[in-house]
Write a protein that binds this ligand. Sequence first.
Ligand SMILES: [Fe+2]
Length: 252
Amino acid sequence: MSFLSKIFGKSSQVSQTNIPFDNPIQVEFHSHLIFGVDDGCQTIEQSIELIKGFAAMGMRKIITTPHIMSDFYKNSKDNLFPLRDQIRAELKLQNIPIEFDVAAEYMVDDGFERKIAEGNLLTFGPNGKHILIELPFMNEPPNLSSALFELQIAGYQPILAHPERYPFYNNERTKFHELKDRGILFQLNMLSCVGYYAKQVQEAAQYLVNNRLIDLVGSDAHHIKHQQILQDVLQNKLFHKVCEAELLNNNL
Ligand SMILES: [Fe+2]
């Protein structure tokens, strides 16, 4: 019995399929795999276990994205690069063939615009200008518009992490279109496809996929349980549908 049928019973099977599906995503770019720096992996053993799992899913590259927040997770290149290098060394030692790098998931908070002004942001992508941002779950931050403007005039390409997860957009779907019209890319959490977070989140995911608003997908994996559920995601019809779009993951 799959994880989903255990927690949701038969109804979840409606959106699941048994048809063989080759995962087309080769680059995973939203996860929390640097040990001991946020609410993700806490030991190097956990980091390696999850990275092995992504390699088994056919990923050729991981760009992991620890939280950076002004008041809580004060990560930077200074502490993250040595840990990335330690994980790379262990991957080499264990002959795990996968490219591994680190960027960040920046919270749009009070201190974010100061970070933009300082430069030195943890970015990725073909021109090194893509940046992953997240919003607080309670309210849309008052400085969202100005922060996006400052990112864009500085030449960055903002990617909004999991737009489907913000409750304040539940009754304001037009906000999705406004952000897209401004050139913001959207990243869907793979786990949202199977209703892992909440029914409303799954419904927002359906809206985003059906309206072709998704540009990239990510696991947002924090621990092994998330990765185990990804096996169900690979058999999910909504995930198959988003994979029909021209996703940008494999260009990162
Ligand atoms: Fe995340």
